[in-house]
Write a protein that binds this ligand. Sequence first.
Ligand code: HXC
Length: 259
Amino acid sequence: MNATNVVITEVHGKVGLIRINRPEAMNALNNDVVDGISAAIDRFEADDNIGCMVLTGNEKAFAAGADIGFMKDFDYMHAYKIDFITRNWERLRTSRKPVIAAVAGFALGGGCEIAMACDMIFAADSAKFGQPEIKLGIIPGAGGTQRLPRAVGKAKAMDLCLTGRMMDAAEAERAGLVARVVPADQLLDEALKAASVIAGYSMPVTMMVKESVNRAFESSLTEGLLFERRVFHATFAVEDQKEGMAAFVEKRKPTFKNR
Ligand code: HXC
C-alpha cells in the first residue's frame, strides 16, 4: 500500500486500486487529490503487471465535487492562467488501460464528472449522482454537460444540470449511466472482481477495445466502423490472438503474454 495521504493506492493482483481519501471534506477534489489521481494513473499505466484500475472513494462519498473553498475566490484570469481543470483533470481520459469507477454515496459535480471520465461506473445502492453546480452560480466544468447527455440522453441531462437534483443508483442504472448496481458492502469486491477479469485478458487487446468503444463517441458510424475494422484486422498481428484461439481449439485456458 502506498499512501500520499489524500490518495491511497493499492495493488490487488493485476489491478491497481486508487482511493480518494479526504473523508472530512466528502472527498472534495482539490489539487492534491487530482494530482494524486493523475500520479497513480501514471504509475499503474507504466506497470506492465497492472491490466486495469479501480477508482473509488469511501462509503459516504465517491467525491462531492471540486473543492468549493479552493475555488470560491477565483477570478477569470486566475482560472485561465492556471488552466484550471485542463491542467490535471484530463489524465483519466488519456489513460489507455481501463478504469472502473466504484461509486458509493455522493458523486456530485466534479465527482460525477470524474466517475463519467472512467470507462464504466459500478454503483453501490447508496450512490447519488448529480451536477449541482447551478446552485453555486457556475456550470459543470469537467465534462458534465458533455458526457452526461452522451450517457443518459438530453432529457435527463438537462433535468440534472438545470435543477441540480440528485439521481439515485436505481435511476442512474435505468438511465444508462452505470453499468451495475450492487449492495454497498459488496461494491469494492465486485469492482475488483470485474477489474481482475479484464486484467486477465491480453492488455493490448483490452486497450484496443477501449479505444474502439471510445471512438463511437468521436465519429460517424461509418468512420467508427472503419476504425473498428482496421483495429480488428490488426488483432491478427497480436501473438495473444494466436494463443486465445489455439487455447479454445485445444480446450484449455489461454496464457496471454500481452504481445
Ligand atoms: C468543499 C465540501 C464539499 C465540496 C462537502 N464538503 N462537499 N467542501 N467542497 N464540494 C465538506 C462540507 O463543507 C463539510 O465540511 C463536510 O464536507 C461534510 O459535508 P456536509 O455538508 O456537512 O455533509 P451533508 O450534510 O451530509 O451533505 C453532503 C453533501 C453536501 C450533500 C455532499 O456537502 C454538499 O452539497 N456538498 C457540495 C456539493 C456540490 O455542490 N458539489 C459541486 C461542487 S462544484 P465541514 O468543515 O463543514 O465539516 C464542482 C464544479 C466542477 O464540482 C467543475 C469542474 C471541476
